[in-house]
Design a protein around this ligand. Structure first.
Ligand code: NAP
Length: 279
């Protein structure tokens, strides 16, 4: 039984790939630029672009299951190609943004809603994973300034978020792909613990064995700084998420353990796993 993993070098996709390989699943890994990607040895690798449906027929041929990233521009072509190839089950990495009260006005929510709707209205079986903030965002926010200056600058030091380790999202996806009982389910995935930004930076400092200077700046200064490493759609989402985290604690959840049978990783563990990224 072949499982196609889109985005197999992405933060989450790469762990979906290794998780399936460790279960002896037959995987087909995709990238738009497979020659430049570093994939596990022995895996079948193909070039595919979700926004160019003509690349998808060969990619999906003979596949029964798919791990998918949300690409609204190509979604109708993906659905048509998947149905004609005989794919049975799609596990989509969606977003918790689709659950927010302002989802219609939120561009991140809209792009994921378009993809979810196209799949839900198709003949494909599906599982939607709807995460909150990824722990890997800390690389976008702070990797450069920690490496270059041993410092971070944030607008809301005591804002709380509940970061999710990408390995937990991948483990949920692998479970949903390989075990019964997950088809037709949409899982909101929040992180396991609520931490202030100051606490998160402290965990990174402990992981790299270095004190990190912590400076509080205005939201406007933060917008400028974040724009150097993130797309503007992400910058606005982050600033809104942090601001909300000053007013109310973030949602947390035990869903990783409920689905996979083992507890979610803490942020301290995430920081250890990524210590070399910050050194
Ligand atoms: N960051 C957050 O806090 C957060 C929260 C909730 C939801 N999300 C959602 O999670 C997703 C990002 O996950 P991530 O961090 O694992 O992503 P990532 O590390 O940026 O990886 C994205 C992957 O998608 C592949 N990709 C991009 N465009 C493609 C296309 N046109 N066709 C085929 N593959 C394509 C890339 O593969 P190649 O470059 O190799 O082709 C890459 O491996 C987004 O949909 C985001 O909205 C993020």
């Amino acid at each position: 039984m072949v499982t196609v993993v889109f985005g197999a070098r992405g933060n989450v996709g790469r762990h979906v790939a290794t998780g399936l390989i460790s279960k002896d699943d037959q995987v087909r890994l995709t990238s738009r630029e497979p020659d430049t990607a570093d994939f596990p040895p022995g895996a079948e690798v193909v070039a595919a672009d979700l926004e160019r449906p003509e690349t998808l027929h060969a990619t999906l041929e003979g596949a029964e299951r798919v791990f998918l990233y949300a690409k609204p521009d190509g979604i109708d072509g993906f659905v048509a190609a998947a149905e004609s190839a005989g794919v049975r089950h799609v596990v989509l990495l969606s977003s918790g943004a689709v659950l927010q009260s302002n989802a219609e006005r939120n561009p991140i929510a809209r792009m994921h809603t378009v993809v979810e709707s196209a799949i839900a209205e198709s003949g494909l079986e599906w599982t939607f994973i709807r995460p909150g903030m990824f722990a890997t965002n800390a690389l976008w926010w702070w990797q450069k300034s920690i490496r270059d200056e041993g410092a971070v600058r944030v607008p809301y030091a005591d804002a709380r978020t509940a970061p999710i380790h990408e390995r937990d999202l991948a483990a949920i996806a692998v479970t949903a792909l390989t075990e019964p009982g997950h088809r037709g389910h949409a899982y909101a995935v929040w992180g396991p613990e609520s931490l202030t930004l100051r606490q998160q930076v402290r965990h990174i400092g402990e992981a790299i064995g270095r004190e990190i200077a912590f400076e509080v700046i205005s939201a406007e200064q933060a917008r400028e700084e974040l724009s150097q490493t993130m797309p503007s759609i992400g910058v606005e989402a982050v600033l809104a998420g942090w601001k909300a985290g000053t007013a109310a604690p973030p949602q947390v959840s035990t869903i990783t353990e409920e689905i996979t049978g083992r507890p979610a990783h803490t942020f301290a563990q995430w920081a250890k796993d990524h210590a070399t990224d910050f050194r």
